[in-house]
Ligand binder design. Structure first.
Ligand code: GLY
Length: 555
């Protein structure tokens, strides 16, 4: 009897995987080292992953205005360890009340692209500040004011210009120069700052202090709101005080899908990301990808991407305004129908599949991933849309406004800045949220849990997908984030590939199957991921090596 007892114990220790109840350490990976450090500081003060998310988001809002900020929006995917609750906090920008579907059309019916992306008419009502307040109040351990402290200090003391910031500023300066407040903030003395030069944003520090003192009302009502509306209207925009006061955060039930024994928790509308990722994985699910050669496997993934991106263009928009067929698009039978049209050795030309689309790579937007020592997780993707958003800054505020209105379809079938087209599902309407590709995603399994995401416009979906497939193969965040990337978006009918992604022989083999392969001269994305191995308690993290300022820290 005694021997059997000991055998059971020895068997359990050696054979059965023990599960660490909580991660041994916390991990944060973000697009800027100051944001990652700020998140860890807040954890050290007794904050949880959600407080850290407020700190990371607000520091990124200061140091990475190329990509996100107080004048923009975000999706924060939260996982609460204590009860396993998952929710997406939708802080997406919203069309103002005076917006209408023809607001960017010239008298001849063509789209005025300048109005759609530059200046205050391009800006939706921002959601980021409401999101930070909502997360702190409903999910955090610490007051909002505590988690905003690092951002306030950095806005006041300044941060050094880094390579990516400099590159984006060089590209955007001609638009920034249209607006005196933005010029003063980012082009001190009217000159392009050098890498290493310190940028200080005292006006933004004051706005953040007001938010710290009054919560969301410090931004959406009172003095700051009045300043924003006056500034926007004086420069030709259509915001009102009612638009700001009426902005609401939406808690959205995530899209959930299963793949290879993992539950994926990902972004629902107004993002297109979660539905497209679920659709692609459903199409791929019967294939044993890991047993296939690289070319064969790439071919099948491309064919799945092609079909899901077609559906993105046709069916997706803000589901509060348009009946997005979520159940159909995420159904296994629907995927089986799409899979039936995939040939094992030949590309399907996109013009044999009804629908239209097209988009170049995006360099805007930001993503971070967090896991704390209790196992709470955040995957958050934040945006002002194009680099420095609309470039427009209201005097006395220190932050640029987004140009997220361009994520709507300004005219049926007319491409936006990413070459994306849309139809009724994504037409402009008052109070509607523009369709996004942002795909913050959690992977929940018995052995491993993880968070992943990236910026990159319409390419976000294909990047997150490739990262997920790499996770499924057992690889670490450092592998997901550095993996060479390829992308197919239905139309134009070609596979974009990063410079080192494939050998000449592999490209020739894909072309022989009928794929048009375009080797780009640059890379894309800025992915940040974290993972907890539940059996060992080990925590790992990875920050995309493609950009200079990102940092993953496990502590
Ligand atoms: N503005 C980029 C996106 O939301 O997809």
């Amino acid at each position: 009897m005694r021997t059997r007892y000991w055998l059971v114990i020895i068997f359990s220790v050696i054979v059965l995987p023990t599960q660490a109840a909580q991660p041994g350490k916390a991990a944060i990976a973000s697009a800027h080292y100051l944001a990652t450090e700020a998140g860890h500081k807040i954890l050290a003060k007794g904050g949880n992953a959600f407080d850290a998310a407020v700190a990371v988001s607000s520091v990124l809002a200061v140091v990475e205005q190329t990509s996100s900020g107080l004048g923009g929006g975000a999706f924060w995917m939260l996982h609460r360890a204590s009860d396993g609750y998952d929710v997406m906090i939708d802080g997406r920008e919203m069309a103002p009340a005076a917006a209408h579907k023809d607001m960017y059309l010239n008298t001849d019916g063509s789209v005025n692209r300048d109005l759609a992306v530059h200046g205050p008419l391009a800006a939706g009502i921002p959601g980021e500040v409401a999101g930070l307040d909502h997360i702190a109040v409903n999910y955090g351990n610490l007051p909002l004011a505590e988690s905003l402290k690092p951002a306030i200090r950095i806005a006041r003391e300044g941060f050094p210009v880094y390579t990516k910031f400099h590159r984006m500023l060089t590209y955007t300066q001609k638009f920034i120069r249209r607006w005196p407040a933005a010029t003063k903030a980012f082009l001190p003395g009217g000159e392009l700052p050098e890498v290493g030069q310190v940028i200080r944003l005292p006006d933004m520090a004051r706005v953040l202090e007001k938010i710290a003192a009054e919560g969301r009302d410090g931004f959406y009502k009172g003095e700051i709101a009045q300043r924003l509306v006056d500034g926007v209207v004086a420069a030709g925009g259509i915001w009102s005080l009612e638009d700001l006061a009426g902005y609401v955060i939406k808690e959205r039930a995530p899209i959930r899908t299963n793949y290879r024994g993992y539950e994926l928790v990902t972004a629902p509308p107004p993002s297109s990301g979660g539905i497209a990722i679920a659709e692609i994985l459903n199409i791929l699910s019967p294939y044993q990808l890991e047993t296939l050669g690289k070319v064969q496997r790439t071919h099948l993934v491309i064919e799945a991407m092609r079909r899901a991106y077609r559906d993105r263009a046709l069916y997706l928009g803000d589901s509060d305004f348009y009946p997005v067929p979520i159940d159909m698009l995420t159904d296994m039978n629907y995927a089986a129908g799409l899979r039936a049209g995939i040939m094992f050795d030949q590309a399907t030309p996109s013009d044999m599949i009804p629908g239209r689309d097209g988009l170049p790579e995006g360099t805007d937007t930001s993503h971070f991933s967090i896991i704390d020592r209790e196992g709470n997780m955040v995957a958050a993707t934040l945006t002002v849309n194009l680099p420095f958003g609309s470039s427009f800054m209201v005097p006395g505020t220190g932050f640029v406004l987004n140009n997220e209105m361009d994520d709507f379809s300004a005219k049926p079938g007319e491409p936006n800045a990413y070459g994306l087209i849309g139809f009724t599902a994504n037409e402009i309407q008052p109070f509607k949220r523009p369709l996004s590709s942002m795909s913050p995603t959690l992977m929940l399994g018995k052995d491993r849990v993880a968070a992943i995401g990236t910026p990159g416009g319409g390419r976000i979906i294909s990047m997150v997908l490739l990262g997920l497939l790499d996770f499924m193969e057992g690889n670490e965040p450092e592998s997901w984030v550095s993996l060479p990337r390829y992308h197919h978006q239905f139309l134009p009918d070609k596979v974009s590939v990063e410079p080192e992604a494939f050998t000449a022989e592999e490209i020739a083999a894909l072309e022989a199957m009928g794929h048009t392969v375009e080797v780009r001269n640059r890379t894309w994305g800025n992915m940040h991921g974290v993972m907890w191995h539940r059996q060992t308690g080990e925590v790992t993290a990875g920050s995309d090596p493609r950009q200079d300022a990102g940092k993953a820290i496990v502590r």
